[in-house]
Design a protein around this ligand. Structure first.
Ligand code: NAD
Length: 459
């Protein structure tokens, strides 16, 4: 890897914010400038693809094919989507004017908010950092980018890529919690934070004194509902892909399954089969399975599996059999646990790893009650016949609902991506992100002739 960039000091980062604001306030980020930056970003990403893949292989043991498919390729799609639509999104939109205010013409102007801080997480480091960055640039903002320190090689590459963009409007600052803490307390025009719900609360509190608006892309336990009367083999294949990609460290990974008791055994058997087909018997740390981000994350899951959970382990277990994996390889076997207790560690926090609890329910209504008793999830996945799907859709709330697959909605820039309640607020991708990172300014023209009939009553 090329020589390393050192961490940015909080003082330097604060100086960047004021320089960035000077640039954007002068109206320097015309649509032409934005298009130029997005095209340049596309070019630089193309040149740095190999370095991005290498960084992902070191930080998360992601193999090249998966890196290109899930961690890098989508950025090109997002850039192209912005380039195709930027003229329309940023054009002044004419709107009606009530008769009483005529003659007049009214518009809505999407204006850059100013300086947007983007704090990224480590699990899809390029997606969750460059995704919001490119939307913010499309909306004409200046950006200050703070990648996660937990994926340090990806952070280095991001720094290098950002340094090729217009430095008057884009700054990448490397550092950890101390730097984030300083940054979020500055007078910014918007903060986009991707990470845990716990830290999301801290970010929102830190932004409050300056009334800085926030977009929080958080996590949580995303459930899957399975009912009888569907193609269970295909459903299980799609669930396994969404669950085990990136070693389960995906914000929209299915966290657990609620399955109708009548089809539970079939679902468990199919999931075991498709998982074993993907990874072999998984005692040898398969190449195709990425690794946990660090040993601490692996131990957190191993602890949840070691503690009494009251369930039946249908596949995998705490860790690889002794002697098969070297110490420090951050490995957790793909694991399926059937009917763990509701108060077990497995059913408390987001698992964020390759462990899949399956809970039996008597009916779809019981699944709905269970989901509604917990924080609103980032995604809800439903595999059920159409009338049941409609019922789940009407009776639950979640960031997204996907019928017949898992995680794939992230690849569609035409739908919003974001959470609700504990799983986050707002959206920072595609047109929804463009609008969120723009100020919608009211514009009205009233000619001075004829004289206005609106007047104050005489005494
Ligand atoms: P992390 O530990 O890397 O933290 C994310 C960022 O927050 C980092 O840049 C870090 O420096 C900063 N940070 C950490 N503590 C902070 C503090 N006290 N104050 C200010 N900043 C701080 O990542 P993580 O939180 O472990 O990420 C995993 C979580 O992110 C999971 O819950 C996952 O579901 C969620 N996630 C959500 C999305 C989404 O789009 N909704 C995407 C990816 C990950």
């Amino acid at each position: 890897m090329a020589s390393e960039t050192t961490d940015c000091s909080p003082t330097e980062a604060v100086k960047y914010i004021s320089e960035l604001r000077d640039f954007v306030i002068r109206g320097s980020t015309s649509v032409e400038w934005r298009v130029g930056q997005l095209k340049l970003l596309r070019e630089v990403l193309q040149e740095e693809k190999e370095a991005m893949c290498l960084a992902l292989s070191i930080d998360l043991c992601v193999d090249e094919a998966q890196a290109l498919l899930f961690q890098i390729g989508c950025l090109f799609g997002e850039i192209d989507h912005c380039l195709d639509n930027i003229a329309e999104w940023s054009a002044m939109k004419r709107v009606n004017t009530p008769m009483v205010l005529q003659p007049a013409s009214s518009y809505v102007q999407a204006q850059p908010k100013g300086v947007v801080l983007i704090i990224g997480a480590w699990n899809y480091p390029f997606v969750v950092t460059f995704g919001p960055m490119l939307t913010a640039l499309a909306a004409g903002n200046a950006v200050i980018v703070k990648p996660s320190e937990l994926s340090p090689h990806a952070a280095q590459v991001m720094h290098r890529i950002c340094s090729r963009l217009d430095q008057r409007a884009v700054r990448c600052c490397l550092g950890g919690v101390e730097l984030s803490t300083t940054l979020v307390s500055q007078p910014l025009d918007h903060i986009v934070y991707t990470g845990s719900t716990r830290v999301g609360r801290l970010i929102m509190a830190a932004a409050a004194p300056n009334l800085t608006p926030v977009t929080l892309e958080l996590g949580g336990k995303s459930p899957v509902v399975i009912c009888g009367g569907i193609n269970i083999n295909e459903a299980c294949r799609r669930i396994a892909v969404g669950k085990f990609v990136n070693c389960g460290q995906t914000c929209i990974a299915p966290d657990y399954i609620l399955v109708e008791r009548g089809v539970r055994d079939e679902v468990v058997a199919e999931l075991k089969k498709v998982t074993t087909d993907m990874f072999g018997d998984s005692s040898q740390a398969p190449e195709k399975l990425s690794r946990m981000v660090n040993q601490q994350a692996a131990e957190r899951l191993q602890k949840a599996l070691r503690e009494p959970h009251g369930g039946h382990v249908a596949l995998g277990g705490a860790s690889a059999p002794p002697g098969t994996i070297k110490e420090g390889q951050r490995y957790v076997q793909p694991t399926i646990v059937v009917d763990p207790k509701n108060d077990s560690l497995l059913m408390q926090d987001e698992l964020f790893g390759p462990v899949l609890p399956i809970l039996s329910v008597a009916s779809c209504d019981e699944a709905i009650t269970y989901i509604n008793s917990r924080p609103k999830p980032l995604a809800l996945y439903v595999f059920a016949p159409p009338p049941v799907v409609d019922h789940v859709m009407q009776s639950t709330s979640s960031g997204a609902i996907l019928v017949g697959d898992t995680a794939m909605h992230k690849g569609n820039p035409h739908v919003p991506f974001g959470g609700i309640g504990g799983s986050g607020m707002g959206s920072c991708y595609g047109e929804f992100g463009f609008n969120e990172l723009s100020h919608q300014r009211a514009v009205m023209y009233r000619p001075l002739f004829p004289p206005s009939p609106i007047t104050l009553p005489a005494d």
